[in-house]
Design a protein around this ligand. Sequence first.
Ligand code: ADP
Length: 457
Amino acid sequence: TEYTTDVVVIGGGGAGLAAAVSAHQNGVKVIVLEKMPRLGGNTILSGGAFNAASSPRQVAQGIEDSVDKHFTQTYEGGDKLGNPELIRTLVENAYPAVEWLESLGMKFNAEVFTVLGGLWPRAHKPSSPLGTGFIETYQNYINSNEGIEVLLDTEALELIVVEGKITGVKAKGLKGEVIVNANNGVVLATGGFGANSKMVEQYNKSWPSLANVKTTNHPGATGDGLRMGEAVGANLIGLENLQLLPLGDPKTGSLSGNIEQGVENRIFVNKSGNRFVDEGARRDVMTKALLQQEDSFLWIVLDSINYPTPETRNNFNETIEELIAQGRAFKGDTLEELAGKINVDPKNLVKSVEEFNKAVKSGGPDEFGRTLFDAPIEKGPFYAAPRVPTIHHTMGGIEINKYAQVLNKSGEVIPGLYAAGEVTGGIHGSNRLGGNALADITVFGRIAGQSAAEKNS
Ligand code: ADP
């Protein structure tokens, strides 16, 4: 089958759908190719945290923040390996992207929070569970406007090049070959390679072998876009920068079952019941510290202020009692009782919590350098849940400029080719802040759609 449209978007995750809607809003027709039987990518599985500074929500909560602070934390949090121009674009356009999503009908909660490894309370939380709100919002736009066609079960295989310009995509659908010609250009939004264990092993430099480490990623995150981009001369950068989280589910690697509600009100202890890291630190710092602990295993420990009612849900839409019933969380009316349930030394656990509570009162920094605190852990019942390292994000990828145009190895624009989202590299450096991925993919997805809609760019 052969189609012709203005803009082809490869990948129906958060970046691709933002690009599709944005291109359409800029007056062109769009076809989205998605290899899986449904839209959503990693966005739909994510906790939904969306960092944006200078938000009126922060002002209402009395939280001090600025676009500059978001810039500095992002840049330094990635060891200054990210491209400052792209980071600037990300942080300046993050709150406008929240407003854009709201203009499309998406709802966010009234309060921002600090997400794991986010370093600051600037994460906006969708009112719908997980990342479903983003995908439903885009889906509603697609349903209620003519001009965006979605081809599911359609895997892009290669980009079509005519005289150095990208003019379309060759793909494979359930019924065979699909060719999509693009009058304007093609947006690569195929995501990262966290679910491709071969590529992970190939590029891994900074972690021990990851052969037995599971992933939070959906199975389609196999790095296809990197291959397709490379075949037409795109420059790939920073592929060695792999992000692990310390809070994977021990059985599946997924983020479900993570009982934390933001970073301020919980601690991590190892199998001996001792704390070992600043739980408000960078993700790489926390995961490296976890890998030093017995069996690379931790317990999240918190109290009932995190679960004030039986209806209270975590970021993954689970109640604590559901998790306890599944054997994925444990409860004790006292810390000693909890220690017995999770088989750690009660004296150590009690001491860890006492020391933590002292730091809460003094405001820190504590012996691990922790400065993010809210309330002490003192109101029973107390809860714990087991977590292990998990592969989460691939910071490297295709090099782009601030217009989301793809660059070749000489730094020149490849005409007709754009990229956005986790398939790109050069923004997050060695370590991405928690809450910056949804901001990144939305900001650059929007830009890519707009750039691709404008002819001759
Ligand atoms: P991002 O966060 O950048 O949007 P995701 O991984 O969430 O990245 O989404 C990428 C989407 O692209 C997924 O839905 C994935 O199934 C899809 N995808 C990956 N490779 C291809 C391909 N070769 N053809 C079509 N879709 C693809």
